[in-house]
Design a protein. Structure first.
Length: 357
């Protein structure tokens, strides 16, 4: 009887439009770990199950995920979302109560600042684990990571320990990026190189430091980190976290000037280069960069806080990374299929020739 029930259940599941958790993640931008956490901790988005226990999501489940994402984008904590999925009248009341409890993201930014200034490793990772485990990455990126990074330069610049704090944060987030970049045993979908393009002022930094060796420790500390350089260092960390989330392997090429880009050419096996420019590029340098980019044999895209300021190079602005990765992955899969098809055809032809002999 039990076997008969399982068979009927399987047939019912197959007759509906159900999607596995991986496809739902691609459709909604909510990764599988987060979907499982929503179900386990908050009773949200309860999927159907196959006889073997695999999650299958209905169209109603997917619609609910979109609704949850909409509430999260308004600043509602995931723990407060469930009442908002009720009737409109009750949802309005629950939303009002949720907003009275304060700004979720600003509270987390304040906590991250505290962890950074006190060099509290466990606290820093606990906050990030909670955010990245319960919320879609793009929401965490916009509401928490980029918002936090935007505030940090003004907070760090006056401090004598600014470089120490930056290096510590880079070390902590880099170790985190390495962990997420393992893709849980899955193959990477694309390979990208990241290059930071210095401003003219940035290229002179080493010479200036050599000439200012008699400056006080305070002056050196504050002059060694320009605001734009700090902004880009912080942004690059968020970018690498995002690429790890998208299952993209990254080669971090550090700071390279425009002329060095041409030396890469076909020597580096990547699908694209992401270029993170600093501020203050004179017209001559922009013209030089444009000339190099037009001759590069691989795709190069400008990205980062200062990329939109180089309006003459708008044709090289980075596309949506998630869509780009999806397109690259699909193209690679199609290429693999084509190669397999050609290989099978060649083997069949060789077999036919052997038979004739």
């Amino acid at each position: 009887m039990k076997q008969h029930d399982s068979k009927v259940e399987a047939e019912n599941l197959e007759s509906r439009e159900l999607l596995p958790i991986g496809e739902v993640s691609l459709l909604t931008g909510v990764n599988a770990v987060t979907l499982r956490a929503w179900q386990r901790r908050f009773g949200l988005v309860i999927p159907a199950r196959t006889p073997k226990g695999h999650r299958l999501y209905t169209p109603e489940n997917i619609q609910q995920i979109h609704e949850i994402n909409a509430w999260l984008a308004k600043g509602v904590a995931i723990s407060k979302v469930k009442p908002l999925l009720m009737s409109s009248a009750l949802a309005t009341e629950a939303y009002s109560m949720a907003l009275q409890e304060g700004d979720l993201w600003q509270e987390q930014i304040t906590a991250l600042n505290s962890a950074l200034f006190e060099l509290e490793q466990q606290k820093l990772h606990q906050i990030l684990d909670e955010a990245l485990g319960l919320y879609p990455f793009q929401l965490v990126k916009q509401k928490l990571l980029l918002a936090w990074m935007a505030q940090l330069p003004a907070l760090l610049e006056p401090r004598l320990d600014a470089e120490l704090l930056l290096v510590w944060l880079e070390s902590e987030l880099t170790s985190r990026i390495g962990g997420r970049a393992s893709f849980a045993g899955q193959a990477s979908l694309a390979q990208i190189g990241i290059v930071c393009l210095p401003s003219v002022q940035g290229q002179k930094t080493a010479e200036q430091h050599a000439g200012y060796s008699n400056m006080t420790h305070s002056s050196i500390s504050n002059s060694s980190i320009s605001s734009s350089s700090m902004t880009n260092r912080l942004y690059s960390l968020v970018l690498r976290l995002e690429l790890a989330e998208l299952r993209v392997s990254v080669i971090n090429l550090g700071v390279l000037d425009t002329t060095s880009l041409g030396l890469i050419n076909n020597r580096l096996k990547v699908d694209a280069l992401l270029l993170v420019p600093e501020a203050n590029h004179p017209p001559s340098k922009i013209f030089e960069l444009q000339s190099v980019l037009e001759q590069m044999p691989l795709s190069c895209y400008l990205i980062g806080p200062f990329a939109p300021t180089i309006t003459t190079l708008s044709a090289f602005m980075a596309p949506d990374l998630a869509e780009w990765v999806s397109q690259v992955s699909a193209a690679k899969e199609q290429q693999k299929k084509q190669l397999r098809k050609q290989k099978n055809a060649a083997e069949a032809e060789q077999g036919g020739q052997a038979d004739e002999r």
